[in-house]
Design a protein around this ligand. Structure first.
Ligand code: NI
Length: 178
């Protein structure tokens, strides 16, 4: 089922999400939520989706990158479920790139993200995940885990003057460096 996406201004987007009780992960309702989040992410052509974006204040995110039309040069990332993720930054070099968000529709802004991180989380079967992500993969994880703390990419932008409407961004082929 495709879920309704909360947009900036809905309080759920600014509310830190609650940890998931691991005993809930293998329930029918929770597994269905995960399926619905994947369906919603794909329907709206996102590379990630966090539960607060579908009005659920829970520490759950899904991500998937498959030759994305919005990020044609991005390496692919297999479908991943992150439940109660904990992120440790392992390379603090800041990389600027354009970002958008399904909760801030039709906009793009240059957003710095750390180059690499380590993430520990539970996967969709409740088993622990522990992996290192770099570059675009690390960017998507930072974007989604920010949502779980009630933060959006606009909060990370160093210069709000790069904020652009998608149509103009495409028309003028804007670059992160200006
Ligand atoms: Ni987002």
């Amino acid at each position: 089922m495709i879920l309704k996406v909360a947009r900036l201004g809905h309080p759920v987007i600014r509310t830190p999400a609650l940890a998931v009780d691991p005993a809930q992960i293998n329930t029918h309702d929770f597994q269905r939520l995960l399926d619905d989040m994947v369906e919603t992410m794909r329907e709206y052509v996102g590379v990630g989706l966090a539960a607060p974006q579908v009005h659920l204040s829970l520490q759950v995110a899904v991500l998937e990158v498959e030759r994305h039309p919005r990020y044609p040069d991005a390496p692919s990332v297999p479908l991943t479920f992150l439940i109660n993720p904990e992120v440790t930054i392992t390379d603090r070099a800041a990389i600027d790139e354009w970002e958008g968000c399904l909760s801030v529709p039709e906009m793009r802004g240059v957003t710095p993200r750390y180059r690499a991180l380590r993430v520990k989380a539970l996967g969709r079967d409740g088993a622990p995940l522990d992996f290192v992500a770099r570059d675009f993969h690390a960017r998507v994880i930072q974007h989604e885990t920010d949502h779980l703390r009630g933060e959006v990419y606009l909060d990370r932008m160093r210069d709000l003057r790069t904020l652009a409407y998608l149509a103009e961004w495409q028309r003028f082929a804007l670059k992160p460096g200006g």
